[in-house]
Write a protein that binds this ligand. Structure first.
Ligand SMILES: [Zn+2]
Length: 265
């Protein structure tokens, strides 16, 4: 199900021509009859009908027909599926290129963020490299859905890679201007590597301290002595016999990864 996003209004304004925009905006959130649209926009009824026909042909609008005792009532509404499709296709194209440029500008920051946010969202990072903006400004400038922009900002903030300044506008409303904390990328990566190192060290200790058993199927887990004994040395996943597991290769690989990580920290 497609849901409304405030960016849809901006998209329509940029994609449609001047005469079409008011009609499209009128049916953006609610189904309306051509008469209602005409009254609301001040555009004469015949013209409204022509524009609606065109919007339906371009798949920007859908016509709903309701049968009543007094005849059919036609109402129109913007087709969110089409806007979603255009939105997603644009992002896919923009994302890859933006990620490349972000990497060129700040390799550490790109590395720190690459597991946190999708490639499609990198235009947001690239834009924030240049200026401090509110979520709505980012959404409008890039034509990215507001809820997606907010999600990216919150993820970055949670990981100390972005922060905001709270400001007050002329009417006394608070707004938040976001900025990236590029200086934190190194620390973020070091912490992640430390976490991974701890896990690998734990794994290494486990594999060297225990006698392990495997069915050598390549997909079932490896069992310690206690678990293998409990199952009478028969793999509970596939029913094959469990044999002592030769983990020399795995230990070598683990050790290699541990050494490499230690060098990076
Ligand atoms: Zn098995």
């Amino acid at each position: 199900m497609s849901k409304f996003d405030p960016i849809f209004e901006v998209m329509l304004k940029r994609m449609l021509d001047k005469t079409e925009v008011p009609v499209a905006i009128a049916i953006l959130k609610k189904k309306k009859t051509d008469r209602e649209i005409s009254e609301e926009t001040g555009i004469e009824l015949e013209k409204v009908k022509v524009i609606l026909k065109k919007l339906v042909e371009m798949e920007f609008a859908t016509c709903f027909i309701k049968r009543t005792s007094r005849g059919d009532v036609r109402r129109w509404k913007i087709n969110y599926e089409t806007l979603d499709r255009i939105h997603d296709e644009r992002l896919k194209n923009m994302g890859k290129e933006a990620k490349k440029r972000v990497k060129e500008i700040d390799e550490l920051f790109e590395e720190a963020t690459s597991e946190l946010i999708e490639t499609e969202m990198y235009p947001i990072i690239e834009l924030l490299f240049k200026e401090q903006l509110t979520d709505e400004e980012i959404s409008e400038k890039l034509m990215i859905k507001l809820n997606l922009v907010r999600r990216v900002l919150y993820i970055l903030e949670e990981n100390d890679l972005a922060e905001y300044d709270k400001e007050v506008d002329a009417k006394g409303w608070y707004f938040y201007r976001w900025r990236l904390r590029r200086e934190m990328a190194k620390q973020y990566l070091t912490e992640k590597r430390k976490e991974l190192l701890d896990k690998l060290l734990e794994r290494y200790a486990y594999e060297t301290s225990e006698m392990l058993f495997s069915c050598y199927s390549g997909i079932c887990p490896v069992y310690n002595f206690k678990d293998a004994l409990e199952h009478n040395f028969i793999c509970p996943m596939c029913g094959e016999r469990l044999e002592q597991y030769d983990n020399e290769e795995r230990l070598k690989e683990l050790k290699g990864r541990i050494e490499r990580l230690k060098e990076q920290i």
